[in-house]
Design a protein around this ligand. Structure first.
Ligand code: C5P
Length: 224
């Protein structure tokens, strides 16, 4: 029997990735965190494509796509992001990456570079993919689509605790401002903006725990 393709989109820090990871484990699916791809390109740009003005030189980045090999590889029970053979899964969570990733993700060249690879990963089914444009652009024919949202206060609290657990120093204000600014850039960009697919199920999980949100999603997946 063919396994389902599930798209989970939504605002920053609504728990998309951690929820998708647990659902994948429960149902024997592959979980792909597409945000890690955009963060990986941002990591490459910050390390290799800084212009004389100290900013990322986008044309240099576009010319060097052939030097970028991003791969999800299994480590323990999950797939983590490698860039040219280096495990960058923790390095891509820093404030510096979070502050630059939405600019990188708004570039058509970057989205085109990642498009086919994402579709190929879902071709055989059995995938839960989380991001911003999965249900609208990458996998418009997904079997299930969910769109997660939550209050800014709740999301700030969650991201702050997540970063703390990764040993990344920050404060709640920085986290809050980054969430608000990323959501704005992601929603307003011209190419593949963050928005709910018409046929996606909307879940506001401000008042739900992670496990309550998982149970809600699983209750829809039973129908497959
Ligand atoms: O999911 P995460 O917060 O790690 O994503 C980081 C950034 O990558 C988002 O703020 C967004 O700019 C970009 N992104 C995207 N499309 C996706 C996944 C992430 O534009 N499918």
């Amino acid at each position: 029997m063919r396994k389902p393709v599930i798209a989970i989109d939504g605002y920053s820090s609504t728990g998309k990735s951690s929820i998708s990871k647990i659902i994948a484990q429960k149902l024997g699916l592959v979980h792909l965190d597409t945000g890690a791809l955009y963060r990986g390109i941002t990591y490459f740009a910050l390390n290799n494509c800084i212009g004389a003005d100290g900013e990322i030189n986008l044309s240099e980045l576009f010319n060097r796509f052939n030097e970028i090999e991003l791969e999800f590889k299994p480590v323990d029970t999950e797939l983590v992001m490698f860039l040219n053979g280096e495990d960058i899964s923790t390095a891509i969570r820093t404030n510096e990456i979070s502050q630059n990733v939405s600019l990188i993700a708004s570039q058509k060249e970057v989205r085109d570079f990642l498009l086919d690879a994402q579709r190929e990963m879902a071709e055989k089914g059995g995938v839960i993919m989380d991001g911003r444009d999965i249900g609208t652009v990458i996998l418009p024919n997904a079997d299930f689509k969910f769109f997660l949202t939550a209050s800014v206060d709740e999301r700030t609290k969650r991201r702050f605790l997540e970063l703390k657990s990764l040993g990344i120093e920050t404060d709640e204000n920085t986290v809050r401002e980054n969430l608000i600014s990323r959501d704005k850039t992601d929603s307003e960009r011209e190419v593949a903006p963050l928005k709910k697919a018409e046929n996606a199920i909307l879940i506001d999980n401000s008042d739900f725990t992670k496990h309550e949100t998982i149970d809600i999603i699983l209750s829809y997946l039973k129908e497959f």
